[in-house]
Design a protein around this ligand. Structure first.
Ligand code: KG4
Ligand code: ZN
Length: 357
């Protein structure tokens, strides 16, 4: 068994977690300690990078201490330390990377750099009841977050992923805004606080998803890419019209339901198309937007019309948005493969703001 501490500080969540990993079993989360900066950034309508870095610096040690004590472990009992080093806000990433480097070097433990999206990708394996070894492959993996809308084809379990898994397995992506960004930007137009996805989700309850007709971009069959940028203008125009008529408040739930439907429609059509084109037998949706209730309901109703042999998999709610358990898990898989940095070589690890894929 491997015991791995993970540290995540790529955006506005400062998180540390300890997981236990045994090959071919779901990764067991022993503890997760997360400080969300959402309230701190809310007055600015989005994440302020400088404020994020400073706050990570104030909280990171506390998160690591609580993760270890909640797991009833001493740092000396860890097999490895994993940290998100790319992509993200570079100042924010550097806080986690520096903490992880200092800890690994001082304790003489290996350090495993983790790509944030690989963390999201493995989040579906955290504390899951399904028998991992029997997962029908290939699996289509949709990472749908505030920063990315990427489709990957997963042909092996993560323990066998090549170092360039993300680059090699990418089959579709958003050409402009991510799906979470589309939720957040349209929510901002309607006056909801940041991050707006969850507000649109809540306000859409009971609304008519057909009340407003918003664009579904790139409907042509040939592409597995997404485009969400046109939605903002359409929503801004509709909201302006309703404001002038004085009916915005009374139509808000119809408006939110229609925005949500446009995003979910676009996601589902490309997800199902990609799954068909690549002969996928299972499907997992991960990332913050995987928490969306309409997306989950539509998937539950529609997956059987596809060639999938098991229902779509989702991470537990706590592992959809940014957290260090997924980073520790991705680190554990890489650690077992020997992809790690030791002793003085770990000191040169850097943070990278924006790698491709
Ligand atoms: O994965 P995540 O925590 O951060 C990134 O790596 O980007 O995703 C955050 C995104 C935000 O855009 C947020 O609005 C969206 O996930 N989100 C939702 C819901 N909960 C979070 N979007 C739609 N419906 C939700 N229930
Ligand atoms: Zn994320």
């Amino acid at each position: 068994m491997s015991i791995v501490l993970g540290i995540e500080s790529s955006c506005d969540e400062c998180s540390a977690s300890v997981v236990a990993y045994e090959p071919l079993a779901p990764v067991k989360v022993l503890s997760v300690s997360t400080f969300s900066q959402v309230r701190i950034h809310q007055p600015y309508g989005g994440v302020v990078p400088e404020i994020a870095s400073r706050n990570h610096l104030e909280t990171v040690n506390q998160m690591i201490d609580s993760a270890l004590s909640d797991a009833r472990l001493k740092a000396s009992q860890l097999d490895a330390i994993a940290v998100t080093n790319r992509p993200g806000l570079v100042g924010a990433l550097l806080v986690g990377v520096s903490a992880a480097k200092a800890m690994a070097y001082a304790l003489g433990k290996p350090l495993v750099p983790v790509h944030h999206l690989e963390g999201h990708a493995v989040s579906v394996f955290l504390d899951q009841p399904f028998p991992v070894a029997q997962l029908p492959l290939p699996m289509l993996l949709a990472v749908v977050s505030g920063g990315h809308t990427n489709l990957y084809v997963m042909r092996t379990l993560p323990e066998l992923w090549p170092p360039d898994f993300l680059a090699r397995s990418l089959v579709g992506r958003s050409r402009d805004d991510a799906a979470g960004e589309a939720f957040d930007k349209t929510a901002k137009i309607l006056g909801f606080p940041y991050p707006g996805g969850v507000w649109i989700d809540k306000t859409a309850e009971g609304g008519d998803p057909k009340a407003f007709s918003f664009p579904r971009a790139l409907p042509q069959k040939a592409t597995l890419d997404f485009s969400f940028s046109g939605l903002k203008t359409a929503v801004a125009l509709a909201a302006e019209k309703l404001r002038k008529e004085g009916t915005l408040d009374s139509r808000l739930s119809d408006l939110c339901a229609s925005i949500q439907e446009a995003i979910v429609d676009a996601l589902l059509s490309k997800i199902f198309l990609a799954a068909r084109e690549h002969g996928c037998r299972s499907l997992a949706i991960v990332g913050g937007v995987a928490a969306n209730s309409r997306l989950r309901a539509r998937l539950a109703a529609e997956w059987q019309g596809q060639q999938l042999v098991i229902p779509p998999l989702f991470p537990k709610a706590a592992y959809c948005t940014d957290n260090a358990a997924m980073i520790a898990a991705a680190g554990a898989f890489r650690f077992r493969q020997g992809q790690l940095l030791r002793e003085t070589e770990l000191l040169s690890l850097n943070a990278v703001a924006n790698p491709e894929f």
